[in-house]
Design a protein around this ligand. Structure first.
Ligand SMILES: [Zn+2]
Ligand SMILES: [Zn+2]
Length: 642
């Protein structure tokens, strides 16, 4: 849909230049975006761990930390007196601000004395009752008086539930440096560019093989498998104890175009006395092992090999290994690949430039170039695997797509499983496609999708390898985390050492021992509505709920500016509440009640403020509408002086 000539040229040019080149460790980010670094240089550094990060600490051992004076010289704000309660010594505090109690908005704060390190900063797509809200982000009020102590943000991988909130929160937190592997950093940079914030951010591409220091934290990484490349787990060593955070992970012995997990490094943790393992709980209720990506590739090959007409595959654009397999099979079976949907084109473009995806010249095209290509030579890769209302696939299913009209002999593959809550829209899309004559293959028909999250047996392997003293299930709703804790107990861990915490809880680690405290920090849902951050509070959401269920009743009072008396009868405007025509009687009564309420309010509060007068009227009308028709619309008294 948004595919245009520019994308096409960028892809073509890139393919011509780069196919066959080996993936380098260092990347030139100037070639990444369309707006290149020349006007707005973003600081992106390959980060080896030898050089000190931003705050002037040198060397990689704790002993080599500079004196406070040297540190302050490089980072003036350290001279400021630290605010907040007196710091308690020798304690590692672990505080989830998001990602527990939900799948999404992952963010965890680790605090050791004067130093704070944050793991992930994601957003969440809204739940059904959050009307009109675009995203939900974590609440960072806990950090607001501790900004000077934030040493860095460590990102496990590039999914939006781990990076999505960065553009909203980074400015609030004073732009602390961000560290991750190269694909994740590229995706963070893309998000920051969309918000015009790239010039202020400090982004470090780390080498997962090398550790480094952030204040009192010794940071180490290990590779994991996930549904996007460059997924990392994190090891944080502090004088109070060492914790391991898996990020989102699975074990895949035959990953596709991803390096295998760092099994040796993970196993070595088992002898290092890990105080707590924070591990991904998303699939803690699913038995067995997560199916390998390779198996999915084989099924997709069968489908591509056997199809007569066009093939249309819907998948998440971040499933880069799968997309590479599709590209390879398409090439082998003589099909060109047409990209549909902006996020598909964007992500593939980034992945190609970083050499995570390779395609021979002339294979990839935007869908606008499909022209008269013969059906048996067409493979369309599209967004919309979740039945999203504006997506390319949904529009194809509605016969509303400008390039693709679904017809008999089309094979449509939905290479995803529905995110809970999306089932209905996906089935609607499938029904519409079938009605138009397409053959639709989805996970209930063949294995065309596997999860990126470890299932029960894989979770057991992680616990058995790391041998943590305590298990802290993260990522997922409470029933998933509870099931994960259960797994820990199956493996012989005690009730005390399988710790289920919630957003805003504080877990403390002292001398290698983790325990949940009774302390709670603020961890609300911050809603993003359009461009506004957090200006939509619970009251507005409640208003929207009332409006959607019971409609709106607005009453307009026209007043004389001097006497404050009503010039004419109040006017009643109703939406979704009652049909004006059919309920003239109710309207008439509402006018009488409104008029009486206004006069009463003025008699009782001759010097009352507008808010007080309105509240009085609202109360009368609430009682009236409830008594009359047993409904409670959103009542809006409006006072106008003319
Ligand atoms: Zn993920
Ligand atoms: Zn996630």
């Amino acid at each position: 849909m948004h595919d245009d000539k520019k994308t096409d040229e960028t892809l073509e040019q890139w393919i011509n230049k780069n196919v066959g080149g080996a993936a380098g460790e260092k990347i030139v980010f100037d070639s990444l975006g369309k707006t290149t670094a020349s006007q707005n240089p973003v600081v992106v550094k390959p980060f080896s761990g030898h050089a000190a990060p931003h705050q002037g600490h040198t060397g990689t051992t704790r002993a080599a930390r500079p004196t406070p004076a040297a540190s302050a010289a490089k980072k003036p704000f350290l001279q400021k007196k630290l605010p907040g309660a007196p710091l308690r010594k020798g304690i590692l505090r672990c505080i989830p601000l998001g990602g527990l109690d939900e799948v999404g908005k992952n963010m965890m704060v680790f605090e050791y004395e004067n130093d704070i390190v944050i793991v992930d900063m994601g957003f969440q797509f809204p739940e059904e009752d959050m009307l009109g809200i675009d995203y939900v982000i974590p609440d960072v009020s806990y950090l607001m008086d501790k900004i000077d102590r934030i040493r860095g943000i460590l990102i496990t991988h590039g999914h939006l539930d781990h990076i999505g909130a960065i553009p909203y929160l980074l400015p609030k937190l004073g732009f602390p440096p961000i560290f991750s592997a190269k694909l994740s950093i590229a995706l963070v940079k893309k998000r920051l560019e969309e918000f015009g914030l790239e010039s202020k951010a400090t982004l470090h591409v780390i080498d997962p093989a090398k550790s480094f220091e952030l204040g009192n934290f010794h940071v180490d990484w290990f590779r994991v498998n996930h549904s996007i490349p460059d997924g990392l787990g994190i090891v944080l060593r502090t004088p109070a104890g060492t914790i391991v955070h898996t990020g989102d992970f699975k074990f895949d012995y035959t990953p596709v175009f991803q390096q295998p997990a760092d099994y040796a490094k993970i196993a070595a943790l088992g002898s290092q006395g890990i105080a707590a393992l924070f591990s991904d709980s998303t699939n803690a209720l699913k038995p067995g092992n997560t199916m390998s990506e390779k198996k999915i590739g084989e099924t997709l090959e069968e489908i591509i090999k056997g199809a007569k007409g066009r093939i249309i595959i819907a998948a998440f654009s971040s499933l880069i290994g799968r997309i590479q397999q599709i590209i390879n099979h398409a090439h082998y079976y003589g099909r060109k690949v047409f990209l549909s949907g902006r996020s598909m084109a964007d992500t593939i473009s980034i992945a190609q430039q970083l050499q995570f995806i390779k395609a021979p010249p002339g294979l990839l095209h935007p869908v606008t170039k499909i022209g008269r290509t013969k059906d048996e030579n067409v493979l369309i890769l599209t967004t919309g695997a979740q039945g999203e209302s504006m997506s390319a696939l949904t529009r194809m299913a509605l016969g509303d797509h400008s390039q693709i009209l679904i017809k008999k002999d089309d094979t449509v593959v939905i290479s995803a499983s529905p995110i809970p809550g999306n089932e209905r829209s996906i089935y609607t899309v499938i029904n519409n496609l079938v009605r138009l004559g397409a053959k639709v293959i989805f996970n209930q028909v063949m294995d065309v999708h596997t999860s990126g999250h470890a299932q029960r047996e894989d979770l057991k392997l992680m616990i058995n390898l790391v041998k943590p003293r305590a298990l802290v299930p993260v990522h997922g709703e409470i029933f998933m985390r509870q099931a994960h804790a259960e797994i820990g107990r199956e493996l012989g861990m005690t009730e005390n050492n399988t710790i289920v915490i919630e957003n805003g809880d504080v877990l403390e680690i002292i001398n290698g021992e983790a325990r949940k405290t009774s302390e709670r920090v603020t961890a609300n849902y911050i809603m993003i509505d359009g461009k506004g951050v957090g200006d939509v509070g619970a009251q507005i959401i409640m208003d929207r709920q009332i409006m959607s269920e019971n409609g709106v009743l607005a009453v307009l009072f026209t007043l004389d500016p001097k006497t404050k008396k009503l010039i004419r009868d109040p006017e009643v405007i109703s939406r979704g509440f009652i049909y004006m025509k059919e309920s003239q009687e109710i309207i008439n009564e509402t006018i009488v009640v409104s008029k009486k309420a206004y006069e009463e309010a003025m008699a009782k509060m001759p010097n009352g403020k507008r808010g007080e007068i309105k509240a009085y009227i609202r109360g009368s009308l609430d009682r009236f509408s409830h008594r009359k028709i047993e409904r409670n619309p959103l009542v809006l008294p409006i006072l106008i002086e003319v």
